[in-house]
Design a binder for this molecule. Structure first.
Ligand code: 2AM
Ligand code: CA
Ligand code: CA
Ligand code: CA
Length: 272
């Protein structure tokens, strides 16, 4: 094994260890009374558990990898440029973290939220770890190294027809406003696809496509920490992930369309 591969292997193993520790912290706190704060509006919430999960992750990364940069929701989310930081990403290794993806689900004890950690090298996502601490499912993917859930290889589904497709979407995260576009898009899918879900945690939704439980997922206005980890996992599971124009998705893109690959062009046309 060459030196870079061995180093990245160690990073990956550490990332898995860190998210499991964060997951344990979250599960220890899930039944405590939560202090919930509004950020920009009533749907943009943060709890002290989000903050503590992020502090735990940042602390371990800073201790073990002091030369790596970190971008995370509760530290960097308020910055005007945080969505576009990745247009000119710093060189070297960086960690892109969502300490709880699906905070609203977490607050309501709905078992669909996760800790999402993506690792990039010179701006390109190379590893992803997404962990649902309630179901104890840990998704991991590594560029050219495959995608796994709890160590078992996963791959996208084999649906060949839109009539067999189960899709998910979500409301725009950036500048949350009346979501007429996504409502109209869902309307357009009715009668053509099997069904559409809004599950509320983009990182996990991408892993559901990667493991063949969903056929596709689309979303506008996500942030890099929602997507960085799931992107690698989905690609390694054989899926497709592009922007609205069908070009390979990059972290600064606004629209994300993900699928099992087979139905990708149909989805792009339907979402135009
Ligand atoms: P979050 O729970 O970490 O905020 C749901 O469609 C997806 O969009 C989730 O991944 C959620 O991440 C994100 N999201 C929804 N509303 C958001 C908001 N107002 N700010 C940031 N992210 C949001
Ligand atoms: Ca949030
Ligand atoms: Ca998120
Ligand atoms: Ca979050």
């Amino acid at each position: 094994m060459n030196e870079q591969l061995a180093y990245e292997d160690a990073i990956m193993q550490d990332a898995i260890r860190y998210v499991k520790e964060a997951g344990k912290l979250i599960m220890d706190l899930i039944n405590m009374p939560l202090h919930i704060q509004e950020k920009k509006n009533q749907s943009d919430l943060v709890t002290e558990v989000d903050v503590r999960s992020e502090q735990l992750l940042r602390g371990q990364i800073t201790r073990d990898y002091p030369t790596h940069w970190i971008l995370s929701e509760e530290t960097d989310g308020g910055r005007e440029d945080s969505h576009h930081t990745l247009l000119e990403p710093p060189a070297g290794y960086g960690w892109i973290i969502d300490p709880i993806d699906g905070t609203i689900n977490f607050i309501h004890s709905l078992a669909h939220f996760a800790i999402s950690v993506g690792i990039v090298r010179d701006g390109l996502p190379i590893c992803g770890v997404v962990y649902n601490p309630v179901t104890d499912e840990l998704y991991a993917g590594r560029k050219q190294g495959g995608a796994y859930v709890n160590g078992k290889p996963i791959q996208v589904g084999n649906e060949q027809e839109l009539s067999q497709a189960l899709l998910a979407t979500g409301f725009q995260a950036i500048d949350w406003k009346p979501n007429s576009v996504v409502v109209e898009q869902i309307g357009r899918m009715t009668g053509i696809v099997r069904s559409v879900r809004i599950l509320g945690a983009a990182s996990l939704d991408l892993c559901l496509v990667a493991s063949g439980r969903l056929t596709g997922f689309w979303h506008d206005g996500l942030y890099p920490w929602d997507v960085a980890a799931g992107l690698v996992i989905l690609q390694e599971a054989g899926g497709a992930i592009t922007n609205a124009a069908g070009r390979p998705f990059v972290l600064s893109d606004n629209t994300l369309i993900a699928s099992n690959g087979v139905l990708h062009q149909y989805l792009i046309s339907m979402l135009k």
